[in-house]
Design a protein around this ligand. Structure first.
Ligand code: HEM
Length: 486
């Protein structure tokens, strides 16, 4: 029996190698996969391994399990693909389906429900924030709280993670739930902690195995912690919905939840409506999750780069104080007057590269790309790790240098390769909000606070940690108030 099993196994492996080889030429080139497990498990340092896929050309392929995944390695081919609806689906992932039951916006495939939910969320974000220009006011108000909170620990070694995460989250919370949370609110702090854990754990290989072997969800393992965290986050949203229902005034919607409750009523008799309570809960959770750790993680990377490059920190501070003084907080209209600072904010995003492989897309119909036939249901990823360090497109691809976003006259310019928010129909829904937050938070922090390491020299692992996002490792800093009488 053992011999028969052994021979069977050898036969399966040989068959698998034959299957992979026979498809060469039909699939873009890439590193040789291991039978059944694919290429990804052999990536020891995922960021470097992904970046190096560009050696195979504009398009390459890796294998997740037995399935080829197409990797877009340049800005040109990403643009060519992502502007098309055929490339705008989302792959079915057992882990995501287990958690979100195919509802919400971010992980839902291209189609009627995604279109309705996305359009409604965009419209409501504009109505309860961006359109009225009040998001700017909200961020500025919040940046005052953030500065005060950070300076409470002036001169002492402190970890800025919670304060930054809370400040950023308060903006999306004020749009979605109509409220902000104090930095010492224990329950909200706990939710932010499990939100970060969720993004960190969901990216680990141990949990990703569930996508290859879905039935393990019935057994103990780290994925159970993900479900537990997710259930707690859902509980928070459901509680908000319950409170909103009790206090809703149909003539005066206060936020996303109110607007959604009214939309459910409005669309009740419409057969094609995808507006129902569970979709509302999941869309609100998507906004809360996507609207918190993305921007907060970028700002944390920003502090690291600014402390590592004190000359850049000083130059930004001097420019800000020359234009605004110490008292006037920045506005988005100041961007043109603060080209060096604005370029620094973009350079932070390029180097932080918090979504280095993009968010996976899937083809919604058979299509072609650069001569390859791509079947319906093929997973497509964009290699931002390679695009953001492409020597042909960046003056200083391997260094932190705001000059990457400045022309020869010192004016800000955005190279076409800067696609941190992706592009096409699935472009980040929160792009305008995130750009507002990044510029206003970073500028007002640099105006008022000097950042340094607690003790020199400090070794910071600039590779960071890969979860769902590219996170920096935990770090402590010293904040000192800039002397306003200088
Ligand atoms: C999607 C980046 C902030 C909401 C995405 C995608 C990227 C991205 C790369 C995937 C696009 C694609 O599939 O091609 C970022 C970065 C941010 C940020 C770098 C901050 C620095 C935000 C914020 C919100 C948000 C503040 C809150 C409203 C979303 C949503 C999606 C998305 C809902 C899914 C869109 C869809 O599938 O149609 N983001 N994002 N993001 N983002 Fe952001």
């Amino acid at each position: 029996v053992c011999l028969a099993l052994f021979l069977g196994l050898i036969f399966m492996v040989l068959f698998e190698i034959f299957r992979i080889n026979s498809r060469r030429g039909q699939i873009p080139p890439g590193p040789r996969p291991l039978p059944f497990v694919g290429t990804i498990p052999s990536f020891k340092k995922p960021l470097e391994a992904f970046r190096s896929l560009s050696q195979y050309g504009e398009i390459s392929a890796v294998y997740i399990g037995r399935k080829p995944v197409i990797i877009l390695n340049t800005i040109q081919v990403t643009k060519e693909a992502f502007v098309q609806e055929a490339f705008s689906g989302r792959p079915f992932m057992p882990l995501v389906d287990w958690l979100s039951k195919g509802l919400g916006i971010a992980m839902v495939t291209f189609g009627h429900s995604w279109r309705q939910q996305r359009r409604f969320a965009l419209h409501t974000l504009r109505n309860f924030g961006l359109g009225k220009k009040s998001v700017e006011d909200r961020v500025l108000e919040e940046s005052r709280y953030l500065i005060a909170e950070m300076l409470k620990a002036e001169g002492k070694s402190m970890n800025p993670q919670h304060d930054i995460q809370n400040a950023v989250s308060n903006i999306i919370c004020s749009i979605v739930f109509g409220e902000r949370f104090d930095y010492d609110n224990k329950h909200f702090s706990y939710l932010l902690k499990i939100l970060s854990d969720h993004f960190m754990l969901s990216g680990t290989t141990a949990v990703q195995i569930l996508n290859l072997v879905p039935f393990i969800k019935h057994f103990p393992g780290p994925h159970q912690k993900i479900m537990q965290n997710f259930t707690e986050l859902l509980g928070f949203i459901r509680n908000e919905v319950r409170e909103h229902k009790e206090t809703l005034d149909p003539d005066s919607p206060r936020d996303f939840i109110d607007a959604y409750l009214l939309e459910i009523e409005k669309q009740k008799s419409n057969e094609g409506s995808t507006f129902h309570e569970e979709n509302m809960v999941m869309s609100a959770l998507d906004l809360f999750l996507a609207g918190t750790d993305t921007t907060a993680t970028t700002i944390r990377w920003g502090l690291i780069y600014l402390i590592q490059n004190p000359d850049v920190q000083e130059r930004c501070h001097e420019e800000i104080v020359r234009v605004l003084g110490y008292d006037r907080l920045p506005s988005m209209d100041d961007r043109d007057k603060l080209p060096y600072t604005y370029a620094t904010v973009h350079e932070i995003q390029r180097c932080a590269n918090i979504v280095p492989f993009g968010v996976a897309h899937e083809t919604t119909q058979p299509t072609k790309l650069r001569g390859y036939d791509i079947p319906k249901g093929t997973v497509i990823m964009t290699n931002l790790a390679a695009i953001f360090s492409d020597k042909k497109h960046w003056k200083h691809p391997d260094a932190f240098n705001p000059e990457n976003f400045l022309d020869e006259n010192g004016n800000f310019f955005k190279p076409e390769s800067f696609i941190a928010f992706s592009l096409g129909p699935r472009v980040c829904l929160g792009e305008t909000l995130a750009r507002t937050e990044l510029f206003l938070y970073i500028t007002s922090l640099l105006q008022r606070i000097h950042f340094s390491w607690p003790s020199e020299p400090q070794t910071i692992d600039m590779d960071g940690v890969m979860g769902v996002f590219h996170f920096p490792q935990s770090f402590n800093i010293i904040c000192r108030s800039r002397d306003t009488k200088e």
